[in-house]
Design a protein around this ligand. Structure first.
Ligand code: C2E
Ligand code: MG
Ligand code: MG
Length: 706
């Protein structure tokens, strides 16, 4: 369907009788001339014969002959005059039409242009129908008109399948004319049959790249008066019509992109906001209760990271379809971005309506999704806010629905929550915490505790894990579980994490400088810190600043951190390991990492999460998991650390299972720096904490003060 070399290429497709259409004018002129010659000849023969029988006087005869000649010339002149005048009038009229069309059409754009063009073509060509259409459908198998003209009546735009119509021929071959017999030639064209089309002239419209984008055609219920003129006019206006059609299409695309999500085809946040504003504007007057739902797919990120973005996108599309299928036509479901969706219910009578719709949405996700042959399960968390109780403007409704969503997530996901003002209080509390956290670093309110790690084999302290604490002036000691997530969300984890890393390295080096046996220092690194910061540069800088050898530093990262961006994580971890720093996977077993990835990760140690250690003595499953992790680690030549060892029984079992190292309250809780001397000064025998109070080590105290 590329642009033909000449727009007239299509003339080749014209049927035989149409090919002589241009010569029809010649034949007509020839016929008139013949008729005139015949009439003239007869006139001369008859009149000469009659006159010579009636008049015998040669002088009179000559006078009459001369007079007759004059009469003939006079009549011929009159005839010539009328014919020339008639054709000049037609020519003039066509020229006028043409000028008028060009004038009208050239100043108009968009729908006005198309409507004016079909109207003008209809008038100028005395046609019954004119249409300008664009191709649509996946295979571009249908035509949708952008303007139609029907003489003497209004006609709505229409769409029809291309197959079996003269337009199909136009699209495939270029200009086509059928002076008559269209219905017989195209028996499948029901619309042409309904409209009683007999005669047809059409041209293709091309876009800038030479692709056919639609047809433009004039049609008559009787043979069109002037097929040649119709062809010419269509050819002349096709270029402009095509340009206008293309412009209208790109305008539509731009508009679509501005208001719709290209992946799912759902409205985007902007359109959602528009609709919400409109509904709220009328809600009070009409006594309606619109509700807004904020929806988030639970753990979608894991699916995206594990199966890739293409599968993730497929899943989002399928989820969007299911969401839309549950809702009514008047509801709006929009995609805000990522795995976040919004629903607008224009009117719920009671809160239970909102609850039942939310439950339906959650239920709709229960059947698994089949993406690239893999069965995936998706769950939703939903937050609901209702006008006017939970907000009287779009912003506050959305904000509160979001707060409710967070609550739904906190409550274990896969559920829905209504907004409660108490949540607002929680948000305010968080805001207060956030501002305090910002100041904590400047005020030096953070400190590190260190928990020793032991070898199971020879019962030696081989290192420490640095655990941050917040010494709040009023609230006392705050554990990292309470402020690390907030620090991550707000980005404060960057400076806090840097402080932890620097202080831990500094402390370790200080112990070495003080003559203690070197030990490894493990430092926890959170995901945001890992991806946002130049981790490799920071580690190098801190090591050179503190003078600590890289082999005495270990970074603890979690599985979920790696799964956020596997390739990036592998890249950064490899670089860090190249420096000589060790890498441990913390809380192993709680994330969702695929085991096949594990051999690609540049790691040295797996830390079995304490939940599995806790279950070790209680359940067969717990014991089996620990067995599996130890076997897996050893087969990959990794060391295993069991976290959270609290009892002798756990300790003995871990020894039997050939675990390498242990860490837990049984041996020592995390300690402030000034209580660590006993773990440093001499090789330590396994003993319970506080079994033998140890005097504070003045040297360590001094280091800490530095
Ligand atoms: P984690 O890295 O898994 O650290 C171990 C946690 O388990 C510590 O809690 C420790 O006190 C606790 N623990 C150790 N042995 C036992 C035991 O026998 N029984 C019980 N019940 N708990 C035990 P903590 O200090 O509250 O830290 C909690 C989490 O906060 C850490 O888990 C880590 O993920 C994070 N965290 C701590 N410090 C930092 C830090 O400096 N940076 C970052 N990004 N995260 C940190
Ligand atoms: Mg840790
Ligand atoms: Mg851990």
């Amino acid at each position: 369907m590329d642009r033909p070399k000449s727009l007239l290429r299509g003339q080749r497709c014209r049927p035989r009788q149409e090919r002589s259409a241009a010569g029809a004018g010649n034949r007509f002129a020839l016929k008139i001339s013949l008729a005139y010659s015949l009439a003239g000849g007869l006139w001369i023969l008859l009149s000469d014969g009659m006159i010579s029988t009636l008049v015998s006087d040669p002088l009179r005869l000559r006078t009459i002959q001369t007079g007759k000649g004059w009469v003939f010339v006079l009549i011929s002149s009159f005839l010539l005059f009328f014919i020339i005048r008639y054709y000049r009038k037609i020519l003039y009229r066509n020229e006028e039409y043409f000028n008028e069309m060009v004038r009208g059409v050239s100043s108009a754009t968009g729908d006005t242009f198309f409507n004016l063009l079909v109207q003008s073509l209809g008038d100028a060509l005395n046609a019954d129908y004119v249409l300008i259409g664009e191709l649509f459908g996946e295979e571009r198998e249908s035509v949708r008109t952008v303007a139609v003209y029907a003489r003497g009546r209004d006609m709505e735009n229409l769409s029809f399948p291309l197959a079996g119509t003269p337009c199909e021929r136009v699209i495939a071959e270029g200009l086509c004319s059928f002076e008559e017999g269209v219905r017989q030639k195209f028996p499948l064209d029901h619309i042409a049959a309904e409209m009683g089309v007999e005669s047809y002239v059409g041209v293709p419209l091309f876009d800038a790249s030479g692709r056919v984008i639609g047809p433009m055609a004039v049609m008559g219920r009787k043979p069109l008066e002037n097929i040649v003129l119709a062809e010419k006019m269509l050819l002349v206006f096709a270029v402009r019509a095509a340009a206008e059609l293309e412009r209208a299409r790109s305008e539509k695309t731009i508009q679509y992109m501005a208001f719709y999500d290209p992946l799912t085809g759902l409205p985007n946040g902007r359109l959602f906001n528009d609709r919400l504003s409109q509904i709220l504007a009328n809600a009070e007057r009409t006594k309606r209760f619109p509700a807004v739902m904020f929806i988030d797919l639970d753990r979608f990120k894991n699916i995206n990271d594990t199966l890739g973005h293409v599968a993730g996108d497929e899943l989002l599309k399928a989820v969007a379809e299911r969401l839309a299928s549950v809702l009514r036509k008047e509801d709006t479901v929009a995609r805000l971005g990522g795995d976040e969706f919004l629903v607008l219910l224009p009117d719920i009578r009671v809160a239970e309506d909102g609850a039942s719709i939310a439950a339906k949405l959650i239920d709709a996700m229960k059947p698994s999704f089949s993406i690239n042959g893999i069965e995936l399960h998706v769950a939703l968390s939903i937050g609901i806010a209702i006008f006017p109780f939970d907000g009287d403007c779009p912003d506050s409704l959305l904000k509160n629905a979001d707060t409710a969503l967070n609550r739904a997530k906190e409550l274990g996901r896969n559920n829905y929550q209504f907004y409660l003002s108490e949540m607002n209080e929680r948000s305010l509390h968080r805001l207060g915490m956030e501002s305090m956290l910002r100041k904590a670093l400047e005020r030096g309110e953070f400190l590190l505790h260190f928990q020793p790690q032991y070898t199971l084999y020879d019962q030696k302290v081989i290192g420490f894990e640095a655990l941050v604490r917040w010494q709040h002036p009023e609230k006392g000691m705050i554990s990292p579980g309470e402020f690390i997530p907030l620090a991550e969300e707000t980005g404060l984890i960057g400076p806090i994490g840097e402080w932890v890393l620097r202080t831990a390295c500094h402390q370790n080096k200080a112990w070495q400088n003080a003559g203690f046996e070197p030990k490894r220092m493990a430092v926890n690194i959170s995901a945001r810190q890992f991806y946002r910061q130049d981790m490799v540069g920071l580690v190098k800088q801190i090591l050179s600043e503190t003078g600590l050898e890289p082999c005495w530093l270990e970074l603890e990262i979690t599985e979920s951190l790696i799964m956020q961006d596997v390739e990036e994580a592998i890249h950064k971890l490899t670089k860090i390991r190249e420096i000589g720093v060790q890498i441990a996977i913390d809380d192993f077993g709680t994330g969702y990492s695929s085991l096949s990835y594990l051999q690609r990760f540049p790691v040295d140690t797996l830390k079995i999460d304490r939940s599995f250690v806790r279950d070790l003595t209680g359940s067969v499953d717990g014991s089996a998991i620990v067995d599996a992790v130890i076997a897996l680690a050893h087969s990959l030549k990794l060391k295993v650390v069991a976290e959270g060892v609290e009892t002798d029984e756990q300790m003995n079992l871990l020894r039997i299972k050939d675990c390498d190292r242990v860490q837990g309250f049984l041996l020592s809780k995390p300690q402030p720096v000034d209580r660590l001397a006993r773990f440093l000064s001499r090789p330590h025998r396994l003993q319970k904490e506080n079994s033998n109070p140890i005097p504070e080590d003045n040297l360590v105290k001094k280091i800490n003060q530095r």
